[in-house]
Design a protein around this ligand. Sequence first.
Ligand code: 5GP
Ligand code: ZN
Length: 114
Amino acid sequence: MADCIFCKIAAGKIPSKKIYEDDELYAFHDISPQAPVHFLVIPKKHISNIMETSSEDSALLGRLLHKAQALLSERGCAEKGGRFVINCKSDGMQTVEHIHIHVLGGRVLSWPPG
Ligand code: 5GP
Ligand code: ZN
């Protein structure tokens, strides 16, 4: 999508600290990290949010989730784990309307969210 910041990041038109890329997925450090490890994994395909997905996206969503855990494991967080978050629309306080999973680790994360 032409005016989507994450489409532009995935296409290399806006700089980012990339940690992984393949034909379908792109992962990069969050610009405002909330934990020692905080990165985002996105599909290159523009999907606004998780409510806009269908069964046709099942394989893509599975790869997204699996890549998220693999990248967190690579960063030394396999033993203690972390947090995998997909904010959605206004009640979820989603601010960038291109589906993304936040992956956080490296410290204890409180629950429940505020
Ligand atoms: P949301 O609130 O939509 O779940 O999360 C969007 C996230 O994207 C935020 O954590 C924010 O810091 C991050 N973000 C927004 N703009 C940029 C950017 O231009 N570059 C990077 N690397 N992260 C961004
Ligand atoms: Zn997009």
